[in-house]
Design a protein around this ligand. Structure first.
Ligand code: COA
Length: 611
């Protein structure tokens, strides 16, 4: 063992009572030196050696020494293959799920269509009166390949109490610039002059948060009239309101996360701070302007008539104030300049993506059939796993213990992950196993994927034995929550069914800060599932007095408030994704997360202080 420690090699203990023959050949410590070592094992131990090989490979795969090399195809000796076949008795459930999925997906596509639509007069004002490019065309010019662009939370802003704010008035997403994954935050001035609504602030803060967690260089395309004044009380004063955007810019700078801004329209009031605080900023002549108060306010305050260009145009800021670093004569030139600036970030290269992997043996298209319409329609989660993982292979951890939670290791497009998936109630045993497994992944620095589908109804307690069981369960869940909160590994959460009540905290829900959180369109997010069992649940409670019609109204309200779309409109997640695209999305997140490993820069005390 000490040899292993000194050589920084992984080692495996072998129980000599369980494996006497193995022990004769190897002594009780087996150095896990990839597959050639296991060849000395006897044929009769094929089963065990397969397991050891899988584990050895898993440990070596994640060892820091090997992360920059391209992975080998796992071949036939990797993790065991899952049986993902559907049995005749499951057909009815599958059909019910599929009908529900198709309805949810159609609704999702309709909503997307709505939030992408803009009024014609807003487009004309933007493109013809103000001579500006539309925000998606701007992104196209900045990115290496806009097909790669991974848009976050497009439904944010839909049907809020203060109206529908399309795309929350600001596009955010991750795309490649000069081969590097970067966060892009771009105001859309066709939505009320790009002004900041409360949801715009929230979306921008979430994008910065993702950039911080994953150390993503960030590009801001600023075109905004500042705060949407009628809602100033919900944008300005509080900790996570507008000022937090600028606070984050400073923190990101001190963490050496490169940031660059383009002033590609009016940057009024608060919007002017962003280009003034990032590492480098670019302004477009006759299009970009920056000031704390525009010409109408100057007129009102001083009686002086002054033009936008004189007050804070490109010439003023590049020649007089020195507030920007580059001036360009066209938008195209400005986005080319962003790419030139990105070439100077000097923060390490994106790891190559020459990874070989096997596709799942079962089509990811079939995930639609497995997305549960409700908890009763949940099938064994391993059917889902067999359609997500490379070669449908999965190394299950503690398969016989706490079976309502499935844990284990797998690869998604060549990326090793630890999996924690709901497969029933999060019992005492399941929670203990969950803590154990998360802790293991954390020690080995393996990203964790949570597949969340929690029980819709709080457990009832009618006997002492049940009370004791619940007490044990709560303690174990609290332990799992603490382990997840403190696990210093990237986490991705995918809500595949219900995200209900306390169990969802222990499965890395939003408040547990996963690097990314997505929902399937069928997902429900609420304290309890208000569909049929809800009324029974409340009626059973003697202390709860509410007349039938009030109860019905409450049920209706909660039903509406628990859809995936309601959640996504409020940014409780990073977007709704289609079940059949999950493998792609998870792989992309893992590639983005991995970029940080190749970065050489360390934190410094001070942000970049511009002149
Ligand atoms: N709050 C609320 N609404 C605003 C707004 C603000 N800060 N800034 C612009 N709007 C609205 C306009 O009323 C208009 O609404 P409409 O579409 O219903 O007519 C829409 O946004 C577009 O504004 P418009 O002036 O027609 O477009 P533009 O492209 O010519 O100019 C701005 C855009 C942002 C440069 C200009 O509207 C402006 O200077 N606004 C004031 C900015 C300001 O003083 N902000 C201070 C915030 S603390």
């Amino acid at each position: 063992m000490w040899t292993c420690v000194l050589l920084r090699k992984p080692f495996l203990y072998v129980n000599i009572h369980l494996f006497p023959k193995l022990a004769r050949n190897h002594t009780c410590t087996l150095m896990a030196q990839k597959r050639n070592q296991t060849s000395v094992l006897k044929n009769s131990w094929t089963l065990h050696t397969t397991w050891f090989r899988g584990m050895a490979d898993l440990i070596q795969d994640n060892a820091t020494l090997s992360h920059s090399k391209s992975r080998k195809s796992k071949g036939s000796w990797s993790f065991p293959v899952l049986d993902g076949s559907i049995h005749p008795e499951q057909i009815d459930t599958i059909e019910a799920n599929l009908r529900n999925s198709e309805a949810c997906i159609q609704r999702y596509l309709e909503l997307l269509g709505k939030v992408y639509q803009r009024e014609e007069r807003d487009i004309l004002r933007h493109t013809q009166d103000n001579h500006k490019l539309l925000v998606r065309d701007r992104l196209r010019l900045v990115l290496d390949n806009d097909d790669d662009f991974f848009e976050l939370s497009p439904l944010a802003g839909y049907d809020l109490p203060y109206g529908t704010i399309s795309n929350a008035g600001c596009l955010t997403g991750i795309g490649k610039i000069c081969g590097m994954w970067c966060m892009l935050i771009a105001n859309d001035a066709t939505v009320k002059g790009g002004t900041f609504y409360p949801i715009t602030v929230k979306k921008q803060l979430r994008a910065q948060n993702i950039a911080i967690m994953n150390r993503l260089p960030t590009v801001y395309l600023v075109d905004s009239g500042g705060a949407f004044l009628p809602l100033q009380a919900e944008i300005f004063p509080d900790q996570y309101h507008g000022g937090r955007v600028f606070y984050n810019i400073a923190l990101m700078s001190s963490m050496k996360i490169p940031q660059v801004a383009v002033v590609c329209g009016s940057c009024v009031a608060g919007a002017a701070y962003c280009p003034s605080m990032v590492d480098e900023s670019i302004i477009i002549d006759n299009i970009g302007s920056m000031f704390l108060a525009g010409p109408p306010l100057v007129k009102a305050a001083t009686g002086e008539d002054i033009s936008v260009e004189e007050l804070g145009g490109a010439i003023v800021h590049s020649r007089v104030s020195g507030g920007v670093d580059y001036i360009t004569s066209t938008e195209e030139e400005a986005y080319e300049r962003v790419r030139n600036v990105a070439m100077t970030f000097n923060c390490g290269q994106c790891p190559g993506e020459s990874v070989k992997y096997d596709e799942p043996l079962y089509s990811p298209e079939e995930l639609k059939n497995l997305a549960p319409q409700n908890y009763e329609c949940s099938l064994d989660v391993k059917l889902i796993l067999s359609r997500l993982f490379d070669g449908s292979r999965f190394q299950e951890f503690k398969a016989e213990y706490g079976t309502t939670l499935v844990t284990g290791f797998a690869h998604v497009k060549g990326h090793l992950i630890g999996l924690v998936a709901s497969n029933g109630e999060l019992t005492h045993q399941a929670s203990l196993k969950g803590s154990n497994f998360v802790n293991l992944c954390s020690h080995r620095n393996i990203p964790i994927l949570f597949l969340l589908n929690t029980v819709p109804k709080a457990s009832q307690c009618t006997s002492l034995a049940q009370a004791e069981d619940l007490g044990r369960r709560f303690k174990a869940q609290a332990c799992m929550m603490a382990t997840i909160a403190c696990a210093e590994v990237p986490k991705i959460t995918l809500v595949i069914g219900g995200c209900f009540g306390n169990d969802s905290y222990a499965m890395c829900g939003r408040s547990f800060d996963p690097n990314f959180l997505f929902l399937w369109p069928n997902a429900r997010v609420a304290l309890v599932d208000c569909r049929s069992p809800f009324a029974d649940f409340l009626e059973e409670d003697e202390n709860f007095c509410m007349d039938k019609s009030t109860l019905k109204n409450l049920e209706k309200k909660l039903e509406n408030e628990s859809t995936a779309f309601y959640s996504s409109a409020r940014l409780w997640d990073d977007g709704v994704i289609l079940p059949q695209n999950s493998r792609e999305v998870i792989a992309k997140c893992l590639a983005i997360i991995k970029q940080k490993e190749s970065q050489t820069l360390t934190r410094q005390q001070q942000p970049i202080l511009r002149m």
